[in-house]
Design a protein around this ligand. Structure first.
Ligand code: SAH
Ligand code: TYD
Ligand code: ZN
Length: 409
């Protein structure tokens, strides 16, 4: 087992700082009848590049194993996220898509949650989405979709067919893509000189500050900071010109890159960069300290679940998130500790969770017979979920949270 690897951004040496051990594919919900001995596992570990400061996974999972016709994550499943992307689309229409006959490309458009608003406005667009399960839903909403992975060759084909883009956008997608050279060469080729590449992803500063360790799983290959984004952009003739913190998914940053020299970096970006420097995220000691907190959260969570079991209490989990694969497989939380996980996604219901094989059931299984405790795997949607499940708390139920630390509410 190697504790160093080669940086996928700059070729420098990546030094490992935490090992989550053997982990399954986070979105591979299995049929209960599946042959579990055939389940795919890999070693999930994270490291820091000593040269460009990019935090990244030590091992890469082949992309077709994760993003295919069985991909079960549908972005429109959260009301809150639907309105988040609608606002973003309206912002783009008003501020970036104002030229004559503008054109916007989205990588990882999923079920069309963002592009639907653009399509309805009659603006030229293209979603690039490899997972047929979700791409087909986007197409059924009137969104123009190309069913493929975005990479340099895709970008050049789009350029030849549709011309250059005013905006290239990616939400919770760029961090999923290890082959960054190909992506950024493609972006640089496809973007107009006046254009912008805008992307939003979980922020390392927030992951470390809040110990939100379950943001680390197979699909999340990179954990960006402003500093590491600046370094990777500059290798491809691009420049970080704006950065904005977002509260969605437990704390993200929306980055804007532009061709070098075309836009003036904002004051907000400089301020956030200064704040980030104070957090010492480029120091491996900071990241090892994060690892120690992960172990403490894991132990505390197991203690709470074991105590509940000893007392004969019922524990059900809420939200069969991809993230929860990291927690359950790290801590060894299976059906002996958690009765089932409820989730609104039909493609996950009737299946079992990856690696730990906890049954996934429809939300009515939760509401029709409240447990004593609900372990909130979808903690990033806490506000939305707690608002609709007030009857659970009224009935005396308690939520178990494990980010930023383990507690009952
Ligand atoms: N933008 C949505 C979806 C995020 S999930 C949201 O924020 O909710 C990540 C998506 O990226 C998946 O739909 C996956 O199929 C897609 N994806 C993965 N690799 C990709 C690539 N190389 N190009 C385009 N999309 C990709
Ligand atoms: P999410 O945390 O958005 O992402 P990831 O899978 O990348 O970790 O996943 C939310 C999951 O929770 C998704 O499967 C839908 C489910 N969910 C519910 O069951 N009920 C809800 O009210 C919400 C908001 C989500
Ligand atoms: Zn590097």
């Amino acid at each position: 087992m190697s504790t160093s690897s080669q940086c996928r951004v700059c070729g420098g040496t990546v030094t490992e700082f935490f090992d989550f051990g053997r982990q399954p594919l986070s979105d591979a919900f299995l049929k209960p009848s599946a042959d579990f001995s055939q389940e795919f596992f890999f070693r999930l570990a994270v490291g820091l590049c000593g040269t460009c400061t990019m935090v990244q996974l030590m091992e890469e999972v082949p992309r077709d194993r994760m993003f295919n016709e069985d991909y079960p994550y549908f972005s429109s499943g959260s009301t809150f996220m639907r309105s988040h992307f609608e606002s973003l689309a309206k912002y783009l229409l008003a501020n970036e898509l104002t030229a004559d006959d503008p054109f916007v490309v989205e990588m990882g458009c999923n079920d069309g949650v963002m592009l639907k608003t653009i399509a309805d406005a009659g603006v030229r667009h293209l979603g690039v989405e490899p997972s047929a399960s979700v791409a087909d839903v986007a197409a059924s909403k009137g969104v123009r979709v190309r069913k493929s992975f975005f990479e340099e060759s895709t970008a050049r084909e789009i350029l030849a067919a549709d011309g250059p883009a005013d905006v290239i956008y990616a939400a919770n997608t760029l961090c999923h893509i290890p082959y960054m050279d190909s992506i950024l060469d493609g972006v640089a080729a496809l973007l107009k000189p006046t254009g912008a590449f805008i992307f939003e992803d979980p922020y390392l500063g927030e992951i470390v500050a809040r110990t939100s360790f379950d943001q680390i799983y197979d699909e999340h290959f990179y954990f960006f900071t402003l500093r590491s984004v600046q370094e990777m952009a500059s290798r491809h003739g691009l420049e970080l010109v704006d950065a904005e913190r977002l509260t969605v998914h437990g704390g993200e940053v929306r980055y804007t890159l532009a061709p070098k020299g075309q836009r003036k970096p904002t004051e907000a970006m400089r301020k956030l960069l200064a704040e980030e420097e104070a957090q010492n995220l480029t120091d491996i000691a900071t990241l090892r300290g994060f690892g120690a907190k992960v172990e403490r959260n894991r132990d505390d969570l197991l203690a709470v679940l074991r105590k509940a079991k000893d007392e004969g209490k019922r524990v059900v989990a809420y939200g069969a998130t991809a993230k929860s694969a990291t927690v359950t497989n790290l801590a060894g939380i299976g059906p002996d500790l958690v009765e089932f996980v409820c989730d609104t996604t039909p493609a996950k219901q009737g299946r079992v969770t990856p690696g730990t094989h906890i049954p996934v059931r429809e939300p009515s299984a939760f509401t029709s017979d409240y447990p004593d405790y609900a372990l909130l795997f979808a903690w990033n949607h806490a506000e939305e979920i707690m608002a609709k499940e007030t009857a659970f708390a009224d009935a005396g139920g308690k939520w178990i949270l494990y980010v930023p630390d383990v507690r009952l509410v």
